[in-house]
Design a protein around this ligand. Structure first.
Ligand SMILES: Cc1cc2nc3c(=O)[nH]c(=O)nc-3n(C[C@H](O)[C@H](O)[C@H](O)COP(=O)(O)OP(=O)(O)OC[C@H]3O[C@@H](n4cnc5c(N)ncnc54)[C@H](O)[C@@H]3O)c2cc1C
Length: 264
């Protein structure tokens, strides 16, 4: 690891100022991705700005029909939160299925979505629920946030402060975990709010995506049977030692049916 300056601001304004002061500065949330990357010398920030001392980035609150989760809230906190379990139990279950206890106790929702690993679980939750990402500069719809492989809509100097989730009528997440890391080989998040159905797939492609054919079929009949006949193309899906594109395409159908059945 190369040497770097460590900063621990106590306000969002100070963090933004420090981030803007150097083109090579990086934010530190749970450190689950950034620290290994630095150890491998794939990232060499001049300054590491630890968000851990900023109280305004932590916690879970209800605003009208929305659940607002601070960027520095850990996966473990989301998983055990009574407010999340009551408003969107599928989101608490998603957080509870991330990695292992050590990862859940350190990893944060802000770090996860900013990193945008193609196999991460939260992107499916955000897109599957039609969430909004709140930054220190603006609000970004989840559909517009996840741009590509490890790429988001965040601009230089932009810090995720929270994610706002509208409460659905029904929702569930089903994932087929990669056995070693627990990342999603394929994960499908399904929600229904009135007649609006969302089906978001993670792990299968370069980034999270919506499955429009399934959304259409489920809008008319929200049951696992309704998507039996929906063909999922393997074209463009990920293929690696853990599973071929065809295998992943098959899993999208299986996980989607499981999620719909669980959502009830
Ligand atoms: C062994 C292992 C297993 C894992 N399994 C899973 C799994 O099953 N499912 C899953 O979804 N994830 C999994 N993860 C990922 C983990 O859950 C973390 O969410 C992820 O590593 C990043 O979150 P973090 O808080 O540690 O972010 P960090 O590593 O601190 O930061 C990640 C990146 O985001 C940037 N960043 C952090 N916070 C912000 C912010 N507020 N605004 C803007 N940019 C920011 C940082 O600068 C950095 O570039 C696993 C990780 C490990 C090590």
């Amino acid at each position: 690891m190369h040497s770097f300056n460590y900063l621990r601001p106590s306000s969002l304004a100070d963090a933004a100022k420090a981030l803007g002061a150097s083109a090579d500065a990086k934010l530190l949330a749970g450190g689950q991705t950034i620290l290994p990357t630095m150890k491998q010398r794939l990232a060499q920030p001049s300054d590491l700005i630890d968000l851990g001392g900023i109280a305004e980035l932590k916690g879970i609150k209800t605003e009208g029909n929305n659940l607002v989760i601070g960027a520095m809230t850990t996966h473990a906190e989301v998983a055990k939160s009574a407010a999340v379990k009551s408003a969107i139990p599928a989101l608490a279950a998603l957080a509870d299925g991330i990695g292992d206890p050590q990862v859940r106790n350190r990893g944060t929702i802000g770090g996860s979505i900013s990193n945008n690993d193609p196999a991460a679980d939260y992107p499916a939750g955000l897109v599957g629920l039609g969430a909004t990402v709140v930054t220190n500069k603006r609000k970004i719809a989840a559909d517009d946030f996840f741009k590509g492989l490890f790429e988001t809509a965040l601009e230089a100097g932009e810090i995720v402060t929270a994610v706002s989730f509208p409460k659905p009528d029904k929702a569930a997440y089903a994932k087929f975990p990669q056995p070693a890391s627990r990342f999603a080989l394929v994960g499908v998040f399904v929600s229904k709010t009135g007649n609006n159905v969302r089906v978001a797939v993670t792990g299968a492609g370069q980034k999270v995506f919506r499955q429009a054919d399934m959304e259409k079929a489920l809008a008319g009949n929200f049951s696992a049977d309704a998507i039996n006949g929906v063909k999922v193309s393997a074209s463009g899906l990920n293929s690696d030692i853990h599973g071929s594109a065809e295998y992943r395409a098959h899993l999208v159908g299986v996980m989607a049916r499981r999620a719909v059945a669980a959502a009830g």
